[in-house]
Ligand binder design. Structure first.
Ligand SMILES: [Zn+2]
Length: 342
């Protein structure tokens, strides 16, 4: 089969379109013919070698996969050949205390398809049968692939952890990122007011189109000053963070009394300073999150099935143009999800 493989860590030039062995199925696995696979920032971290102990070489990225069941392994009676499926991106052991209490994303053995194991930048991928979610005909492969990782993460942050409510003010960082766009849409469905940030003027209109109430252009405006102005000095109830070093301080200080900061990543850097007085005097809560549980995915999926959530697709590339697609993401030229169609 054809796949995008990297044999060394480095720039996009390391992504090679080549013929590789079709995966052999392990126990309880099925083979998926990939119809669409969405990019995530994780793919760039994998390729640049951020966590070489986790991402082994050679590697095939791709965590957001939609396709058809091509081959069944042992005891896979609940799905049939040709069935249209979405792949839940998290793998866990389903035996530990976290898995058994529905928090499989906290499993000590947790892996992300396309990160710790090979993923969907390929014509075929092998996945555990437990990860399959059958899809109705009306949902396209592209929309399905644009959904799991970011909506799962945003739902886990906003609903499971921060427990957002109608009428609250939410600061969503980076509207154009996958998690940012998902967080805006989820917050709006649940009746919150969304303040978001973008890094270029053309993204202001885009952010409003997907539901943001207020958009801050961080290149021209100071996030904290604008948040204070837009909330009459009160601050926001929840901040969704995945930027890290460059925004941490303003995120903490943007929170109202009793506010909650939920973090799922640190794309601009890991180290940040916190003035602890803000944390205790303002009764703040900081939640660290990583992905979401399968039950989070099933909960947010209801809104996709009902047509109340429509993933934002930025662009589509044929599989062999994966390097071009990743460059688009690295240079922040995108708004929403970038897809590969093998
Ligand atoms: Zn477990």
């Amino acid at each position: 089969m054809k796949a995008i493989v990297f044999h060394e860590y480095g720039g996009v030039e390391k992504l090679s379109y080549e013929e590789v062995q079709k995966p052999t199925l392990g126990k309880e696995e099925v083979l998926i013919k990939v119809k669409a696979c969405a990019l995530n920032h994780l793919d760039i971290w994998a390729r640049t070698g951020l966590e070489p102990k986790i991402v082994s070489l050679p590697h095939i990225s791709g965590s957001d996969i939609a396709g058809e069941v091509a081959e069944l392994g042992e005891s896979s009676s609940e799905v049939s050949i040709g069935q249209k499926v979405m792949v839940s991106p998290g793998i866990s052991d389903w035996t530990c205390e976290f898995c058994l209490s529905g928090r499989d994303n906290m499993c000590g053995d947790y892996k992300i398809i396309g990160y710790q194991v090979n993923g969907g930048y390929a014509e075929y991928v092998n996945v555990p049968r437990k990860n399959l979610i059958p899809l109705p005909e009306k949902i396209s492969f592209d929309e399905s692939a644009a959904f799991p990782l970011t909506y799962l993460t945003a739902w886990h942050m906003l609903v499971t952890k921060a427990q957002i409510r109608s009428g609250q003010n939410i600061l969503v960082l980076a509207a154009g990122s996958g998690v940012g766009a998902a967080a805006i849409q989820i917050s709006k469905i649940l009746g919150a007011r969304v303040i978001t940030t973008v890094g270029s003027e053309w993204k202001v209109k885009k952010a409003k189109e997907i539901g943001a109430d207020e958009v801050i252009n961080r290149k021209e405006q100071d996030i904290l000053t604008e948040v204070k102005r837009l909330t009459d000095g009160r601050g926001v109830d929840v901040v969704t963070e995945h930027v890290g070093t460059s925004t941490w301080n303003s995120s903490i200080r943007s929170l109202a009394f009793g506010g909650k900061l939920v973090i799922c990543g640190a794309t601009s850097g890991y180290l940040a300073e916190t003035d602890l007085r803000y944390v205790y005097r303002r009764h703040l809560t900081i939640y660290g999150t990583y992905m979401g549980s399968k039950s989070d995915l099933l909960a947010v999926l209801r809104f996709l099935r009902e047509g109340k959530l429509r993933p934002i697709v930025d662009s589509k590339f044929p599989l062999e143009k994966a390097a071009e697609a990743q460059r688009r993401m690295e240079e922040s030229q995108h708004f929403g999800k970038i897809l590969l169609n093998p």
